[in-house]
Design a protein around this ligand. Structure first.
Ligand SMILES: Nc1nc2c(ncn2[C@@H]2O[C@H](COP(=O)(O)OP(=O)(O)O)[C@@H](O)[C@H]2O)c(=O)[nH]1
Ligand SMILES: [Mg+2]
Length: 319
């Protein structure tokens, strides 16, 4: 894996996807070892979210071409909302993103959103960690339903929201809570003209009113692009780089990864052991505290270790 061998990447992804009993610990150990071996901060992790049909796959395809033209490599995880959409549409997505199918510099893997509808499965986080060890960039494409913006936000460093012209008025954006989380807003299909410009204007007005994290000095830009015509794709890629530079120079990158680790560990333990189990460690606050104590330790190692502690304490007879 660390030699960036493609076959090793596939093999690792298969192993972490192995649902047979007993394989879970091995998978977590493998992931923890990978995270330990890959120095911080690693490649940029970018999420694309937005309603189905907004053009996320098409944009990714355009980004792939722009980055490949400069010799940069990419790993892509697509969260497959298998229960929500037809196989045909998904296949179309895959083929488009795989336009570089024979190119060893692009790796594409789709993962089922098993745990929650439209949400980001555990496997996605694992997939991101694996790809981060082997490629210059990692992208996550997901569907924008319900909580998925905030879910993906804990997995990636840069969240891009892809809006569709005429997709809704300002009120809808605000109601959906879309404006609070993303780092970059993209209005795709700029080739449609006035309606794209109008949507960008609505987003801008909404951003002025939203209650975003006041601690960050980053002002989320709104870009008008066209995946179809290639308009402003290079500006988008430049913006991704600019956001990464901002995260690194401000120290926000470390803070953000730490928050992501905390959210992941708490959620993974709650899902596996329930509230009675996690109460053994003081519930979510207790677990969060333990994660902070571990200071940048692997999220997977923490799930394994704290899970073991929960199991041990559940086995002890009550005093
Ligand atoms: N006019 C226009 N259509 C686009 C553009 N980008 C994507 N589309 C079309 O929008 C539809 C949905 O695109 P897709 O990339 O699958 O969206 P996703 O569901 O967000 O991944 C497809 O029919 C695309 O051909 C664009 O820049 N302009
Ligand atoms: Mg898609």
């Amino acid at each position: 894996m660390l030699g960036r061998d493609r076959d090793a990447v596939s093999e690792t992804l298969n192993r972490i996807d192995d649902a047979r009993p007993g394989q879970r610990e091995k998978a977590l150990e493998l992931l923890a070892a990978l995270e330990r071996a890959a120095p911080f901060p690693g490649p940029p992790r970018v999420g694309l979210t937005g309603a189905p049909g907004a053009g996320k796959s098409s944009l990714l395809d355009a980004i792939v071409r722009a980055l490949r033209a400069r010799g940069e490599t990419l790993g892509i995880v697509a969260v497959d909302p298998s229960s929500r959409r037809t196989g045909g549409a998904l296949l179309g997505d895959r083929i488009r993103v795989r336009s570089g199918a024979s190119d060893p510099g692009v790796f594409f893997r789709s993962m089922a959103a098993r745990e929650r509808l439209g949400g980001v499965a555990d496997a996605t986080r694992a997939g991101v960690s694996v790809l981060a060890a082997a490629f210059d960039w990692v992208f996550v494409e997901t569907v924008g339903v319900g909580q998925s913006e905030t879910d993906v936000a804990t997995l990636v460093d840069t969240l891009v929201y892809v809006a569709q012209p005429g997709a809704g008025d300002l009120l809808q954006f605000m109601k959906a809570g879309i404006l609070e989380v993303p780092d970059i807003f993209v209005v795709n299909k700029a080739d449609l003209g006035a309606s794209a410009a109008r949507t960008a204007g609505e987003l801008e007005a909404g951003l002025g009113l939203s209650s975003r994290d006041g601690a960050s000095t980053w002002t989320p830009p709104i870009l008008l692009v066209s995946a179809r015509d290639g308009t402003a794709i290079s500006e988008l890629v430049e913006m991704l780089r600019a956001h990464r530079r901002h995260l690194e120079s401000s120290g926000e990158l470390e803070a953000r990864r730490a928050r992501g680790t905390e959210a992941f560990v708490v959620e993974a333990l709650e899902r596996r052991y329930g509230s009675y189990g996690t109460a053994q460690l003081g519930g979510a606050p207790g677990i969060a505290c333990r994660v902070r104590e571990a200071q940048g330790g692997s999220a997977f190692a923490l799930v394994l270790r704290l899970g073991q502690e929960i199991e041990d304490s559940l086995r002890k007879p009550a005093p």
